[in-house]
Design a protein around this ligand. Sequence first.
Ligand code: DC
Length: 229
Amino acid sequence: MKEKNNLIIAIDGYASSGKSTLAKDLARVLNYRYIDTGAMYRGVAFFAEKNNCFAEQGIDEDCLRKILQNIHLSFETVNGKSHLFLNNEDIEPFIRTMEIAGKASEVSAIGFVRKFLVAQQQQIGKNKRVVMDGRDIGTVVFPHADIKFFVEASLEVRTMRRFKELQEKNQKISYEEVEASLRERDLRDTTRAISPLKKAADAILIDNTTMTKEEQLSFSLSVINKKVK
Ligand code: DC
């Protein structure tokens, strides 16, 4: 039996599926570290944008390669929440837009970007007691994770959740635009050549279309409790 206080919990899933809500809830209950790997791809996209690496004809890979040499990402707790810092600056307020999400999905299809971030994620998780969410955590970053969840929900429910979230942040975007953006991102994330989003064979599927976040948490905890002492 595995020890409950020494696990790696991997959570993968589609955009806006509620995986980060689950990951944060589990980390809080278990007193583990929460690592949002999507934020790291968003951080790279944000820095790439700042350095004009997105050309009209696509991403300038030489530019991207160069900026990775000057990028230092870390997570710090600010007002009880995990924020992404880029070169010691809190960039959390800037990386949660639909635009950065789309650009993160673009940079995440590039092999050397993935290699760069996966190495950091493996380093962060090596001491265990971590809940990490993303697209390839159970398949590539930690293929031997102790517990793996794959989270999904209908496109309609995911669109509504993200739409409401963006409205609360006063971002002017229509329901249809949110839906189109999620659709596009899902397609790119599941069909890219390197580490596409897919359920690991040993991951437990959670379809939370009709679940509350409390139900999702208690289901996951019951799965964990069955596997550990
Ligand atoms: O989880 P998120 O929406 O913040 O992720 C933003 C993008 O980053 C997502 O569309 C795909 C990419 N990503 C990835 O390829 N691998 C991860 N482990 C996490 C995110």
